[in-house]
Design a protein around this ligand. Structure first.
Ligand SMILES: C[S@@+](CC[C@H](N)C(=O)[O-])C[C@H]1O[C@@H](n2cnc3c(N)ncnc32)[C@H](O)[C@@H]1O
Length: 245
């Protein structure tokens, strides 16, 4: 899968002077404002340690850095990280790899953000258990994934997504992000994510499905369907429960 993401690095380059690809701009225009508002709600000061997991070319890592956070960006694709590094200030710490590498990291985080990544991971439970270890008490984890409903609509209409099939105990599809590049997408509902996170003492705090804006649809020529929100954004808090709580 890493090789496929390497080939997609240019598509997800958010530092271009000319137009950003609509498939990357949607994160910025529609998902970022909700995520930033969640961060604002949960952090009075912005000097905390944050992990941007699956940071891609580092657009959001830069945003977090500009807000004052101490940022670590991680991505499995070294092509993504190369673009991120050449477009970021030195104080952002970029790492190539996945959670298996984070087990030995000598750092704890107050915030983990992950934008449009969890849906590409089949063993998400293993990742959540590692995020749990990496977060400080009362740490916050915010993520955006595809709203399952839009995957179903696109798949039914034959747009970008292949037919939905069963994988182990969940549904999955494949998304065509570029000619000849198909990436597996695991379809989890809000309830599925709650069940997974609650196993690791996380408390659910927030879910939002921000709608497409007219401005975005017009500017990027986004084609139907856009009546169903593309994103599902969720916030969880790490809560250690004691006998007297
Ligand atoms: C759709 S892009 C989103 C990138 C970035 N978060 C953004 O919003 O622009 C998904 C990113 O997840 C990364 N990725 C996929 N699977 C991963 C994994 N298991 N661990 C870390 N990163 C992963 C890919 O390399 C890619 O950069």
């Amino acid at each position: 899968m890493k090789e496929s993401w390497d080939k997609l690095a240019n598509k997800f380059n958010t530092h271009k002077d000319d137009e950003i690809d609509p498939g990357a701009a949607d994160n910025i225009v529609i998902a970022w404002p909700v995520i930033l508002s969640e961060i604002n709600k949960n952090f009075k000061q912005n000097n905390n340690e944050v992990l941007d997991y699956g940071c891609g070319t580092g657009g959001f890592s830069n945003k977090l850095n500009s807000l004052g956070f101490k940022v670590t960006g991680m991505d499995i694709s070294n092509e993504m990280i190369n673009i991120a590094k050449s477009n970021s200030p030195k104080e952002i710490d970029y790492l190539v790899g996945d959670t298996s590498k984070l087990k030995n990291i000598n750092k704890k985080f107050d915030l983990i953000v992950s934008i449009m990544v969890f849906q590409f991971i089949d063993d998400i439970q293993k990742h959540v258990s590692i995020f749990n270890e990496l977060l400080n008490k009362n740490g916050i984890l915010i993520f955006a994934v595809f709203n399952p409903e839009i995957i179903k609509q696109y798949s039914k209409k034959g747009i970008d997504f292949a037919k939905i099939e069963k994988y182990k105990d969940i549904e999955m599809s494949n998304i065509k992000l570029k000619k000849n590049i198909l990436i597996p997408v695991y379809i989890r509902s809000e309830r599925d994510y709650k069940n997974i996170f609650e196993k690791y003492s996380f408390i659910h705090k927030f879910t939002e499905y921000p709608p497409f804006t007219e401005e975005f649809v017009k500017k990027y020529g986004w084609t139907d369907p856009y009546d169903v929100p593309e994103f599902m954004i969720m916030t969880f808090e790490k809560k250690e429960l004691y006998n007297n709580e």
